[in-house]
Design a protein around this ligand. Structure first.
Ligand code: HEC
Ligand code: HEC
Length: 388
């Protein structure tokens, strides 16, 4: 850049010339009109914007804006929109879960998958505090992910557990058990629970039998799911402890859920049947979820609907009499329907031909029976439930 005396005094220039020939000069014209107008519009926009939306900070707060818009409000609106969308999208599936039996939900891949996926969060919110994430159990709370059930692992039993809650009951010091006897019983149970590796004293079995344990835990120590009495033969301890022997002694001397005894083992499963946090559909999902965590008693496949279609295409033609002519006529009519449905059995046609040649009434009858059976089969394939 170089500066010179202004050689163009009549011109509205600033005196800045940008090259030696003075071809490039800085003038002092007004900016173009469109430019000034755009600026005016922008200023106006800022004023309106500042008035409309939250803007100017003051005194530890800020001007809230005339529109009442907030970022949090906008987020809430979006979330509501999303939820409405989800509700619409999954309404049919939710309804199907509401309308289906637990067995049918488990049998249906789509419903089961949906129930399990949506129940995972419900389980985390409502059950995991006691049963552990994924039902792995917590000290003092039963594992739901194994096949060692207190009350039973069928869908119906699990539903009962969740709906009505559970509260096992074991009296303290059955029939006046002494400390020494409690100790002996604990040793006996723990050794029995070790299976092959264990070394239970056979003489202690008499004590077990004489103190009424058998009434709930059974003669083979396998427990009783009607009463929620634990299986004592499997070495799985619900009241697990570092010192398992001491814990079993405690259970024997203070019982389970004996409210008056401060050392009793507490084991209360709350009822979720009338809960405000879980509705009926959610409860179903949770039951299906727990059932598939592991150890759920498998659900039998649905019985096939052996219903026959009413379509005349599938209705067999009956032979008017047992005469060769009538039977072969029926066989031919039925075989024609077989062919029309692509359901013909391979040798029916051959049999009909052969029977016609030999006038063999018995063969005609077999051919007809085959044609009728093929019709039934085609009809059943048509009406059988497609999901299983
Ligand atoms: C306050 C703790 C607690 C919460 C919360 C809880 N449970 Fe339980 N649950 C228990 C206890 C304790 C038992 C065992 C009761 C007994 O032994 O009498 C149990 C038992 C069960 C059983 C029976 C297990 C068996 O072996 O037969 C099922 C099934 C079950 N709970 C499912 C659930 C589900 C699903 C939820 C959530 C909706 C849930 N529980 C929430 C404490 C809880
Ligand atoms: C009235 C029924 C009843 C009788 C009788 C009974 N129990 Fe129990 N027992 C239970 C119930 C219910 C539980 C709790 C199961 C649970 O909630 O995990 C239990 C739990 C136990 C446990 C804890 C198991 C574990 O997994 O931690 C032991 C050990 C036990 N009983 C031993 C005995 C012995 C020994 C006797 C006899 C002196 C006896 N019980 C008599 C009902 C009974």
């Amino acid at each position: 850049m170089s500066e010179h005396k202004n050689p163009y005094p009549g011109e509205n220039n600033t005196g800045h010339f940008w090259d030696d020939e003075n071809d490039v000069r800085e003038l002092n014209n007004r900016p173009p009109r469109w430019y000034m107008q755009a600026m005016a519009v922008s200023i106006l926009a800022v004023i309106i914007y500042s008035f409309y939306y939250p803007s100017i900070p003051w005194f530890g707060d800020h001007y809230k804006g005339s529109a009442g818009w907030t970022q949090v409000g906008e987020m809430k609106e979006s979330v509501a929109e999303l939820e409405a969308y989800r509700e619409k999208k999954f309404a049919a599936t939710e309804q199907a879960i509401a309308d289906s039996s637990l067995e049918d939900i488990v049998r249906d891949d789509e419903l089961r998958t949906y129930a399990v996926k949506t129940a995972k969060v419900l389980f985390g919110d409502n059950c995991a505090a006691c049963h552990g994430a994924g039902g792995q159990g917590n000290a003092g709370f039963p594992v739901l992910a194994d096949d060692d059930w207190l009350f039973g692992g069928t869908l119906a039993k699990i539903e009962q557990s969740v709906t009505n809650g559970r509260k096992g009951n074991m009296p303290a010091r059955m029939l006046g058990i002494t400390d020494a006897q409690a100790d002996e019983l604990a040793t006996f149970l723990i050794e029995t629970g070790k299976g092959e590796a264990g070394n239970p004293n056979p003489a202690s079995k008499a004590l077990y039998l004489s103190k009424g344990c058998i009434g709930c835990h059974g003669p083979t120590l396998k427990g009783n799911q009607m009463l929620g009495a634990a299986n004592l033969s499997d070495g799985i301890y619900r009241f697990a402890a570092d010192d398992q022997h001491a814990s079993v002694v405690r259970t024997i001397t203070h019982g389970v859920n004996q409210g008056h005894d401060p050392l009793t083992q507490d084991a209360v499963m709350p009822a979720f049947g009338n809960s405000k946090v879980i509705d009926a559909v959610q409860l179903k999902k949770l039951v299906v979820y727990v059932h598939q965590l592991g150890g759920g008693v498998p659900v039998a496949p649905a019985a096939k609907k052996a219903q026959v279609s009413n379509d005349p295409m599938y209705t067999p033609v009956a032979a008017a009499s047992d005469s060769f002519a009538d039977v072969i006529a029926a066989a031919e009519a039925n075989y024609k329907k077989n062919l029309a449905q692509n359901a013909a059995w391979r040798d029916t046609g051959k049999m009909i031909k052969e029977a016609k040649k030999t006038k063999d009434a018995a063969l005609a009858k077999i051919a007809n029976t085959q044609a009728v059976n093929a019709l039934r089969q085609a009809s059943m394939a048509l009406t059988a439930s497609p999901t299983f």
